[in-house]
Design a protein around this ligand. Structure first.
Ligand code: ZN
Length: 315
């Protein structure tokens, strides 16, 4: 795999692939359902190595030329399809080129492998173009569709794939993984800030993320206590790393909801004030989710942030 070795949380899906290969029943289409940042792409590369490695006894050895080519994204029979730069989607032309290539004979003795990530980025036309290959796959081809949101894939595509689940590690294991990969840093705070798994943070600046989280929580505190008005921060938030701000908000709201629920259970009381507080938290949580969906569109982000924060401002 790489110098870091295999993450523990890869073991279960890897065993599934080993068992399917041993039984000669590996599907032509595998939907890798990862938790965001759990390493779906890296698991897909491992599978590509597993079916192409020259050392049958200990595949993937990680050392033969096939394995090294896959690791470096240079294997002639392993193609990776992702949205082009400046685009959020995988388009139909790219999928057509891919399926035409899959129909050709492999350069080597192994499998032709296509990795589509994130698979939910395929447009409907692109997904339909892929269907034919999933229905009548050429021999020794393997389609690996990686996504953290399988519900956004066409149902017809989903139904033609075997699902392989890649659950993310605990925050502690994720922090240890990042510490081994990148050295010491405030990884726990950085992981909480993004709400994603460690592979999403391999290139990140953990101190900057931890600081962003601290700033977001302090701002919420001030808004909640009436010391700050949403218009004072909305523009800055909208222009900065809004996705991470929203993740920080989301984890904060989730913690508050759990906290409120446990207090209520412990006291067996449902005081009016507390109930209305929980209502506000749930409304805020819904609003954050709506905003995440809209943040890829051309909405006025400053206004959207402002109206989101007004929900938390002291009435
Ligand atoms: Zn090998």
């Amino acid at each position: 795999m790489n110098a870091l070795g295999t993450p523990d949380w890869f073991r279960a899906p890897q065993r599934e692939i080993d068992a399917a290969l041993a039984a000669g029943r590996l599907a032509h289409g595998v939907l890798i359902h990862e938790d965001a940042g759990a390493g779906g792409l890296q698991l897909a590369r491992w599978i590509a190595q597993r079916v192409n490695c020259q050392d049958a006894q200990r595949a993937p050895c990680g050392e033969c030329q096939q394995c090294r080519w896959v690791a470096a994204d240079q294997h002639p029979d392993v193609t990776r399809l992702s949205p082009e730069e400046d685009s959020a989607t995988v388009k139909v032309d790219a999928v057509r080129a891919l399926t035409a290539d899959l129909a050709l004979t492999a350069h080597g003795a192994g499998f032709k492998v296509a990795i589509v990530m994130p698979a939910h980025a395929m447009t409907e036309a692109a997904a339909n173009a892929l269907l034919k290959t999933l229905e009548e796959p050429p021999k020794r081809t393997l389609l690996l569709l990686v996504t953290s949101e399988p519900s956004r894939l066409l149902a017809t595509v989903r139904s033609r794939c075997t699902r392989l689940r890649l659950a993310g590690p605990t925050r502690e294991a994720a922090a240890q993984f990042l510490e081994a990969a990148r050295g010491p840093g405030p990884w726990r705070e950085a992981l909480t800030a993004t709400g994603e798994g460690p592979f999403a943070l391999l290139e990140a600046d953990p101190a900057a993320l931890a600081q962003l989280r601290g700033d977001t929580l302090a701002t919420l505190d001030q808004i909640g206590s009436g010391n700050l008005q949403p218009p004072a921060v909305a523009d800055r938030w909208a222009r900065g790393d809004l996705a991470t701000r929203l993740s920080c908000l989301e984890s904060w709201v989730t913690e508050r909801i759990l906290e409120s629920a446990s207090i209520r259970d412990a006291t067996h009381l449902s005081s009016g004030g507390r109930a209305s507080n929980i209502c506000r938290l749930f409304e805020l949580s819904d609003a954050i989710r709506d905003m995440r969906k809209l943040s890829h569109t051309s909405i006025n982000k400053t206004m959207a942030v402002e109206s989101l924060l007004w929900r938390w401002a002291r009435p």
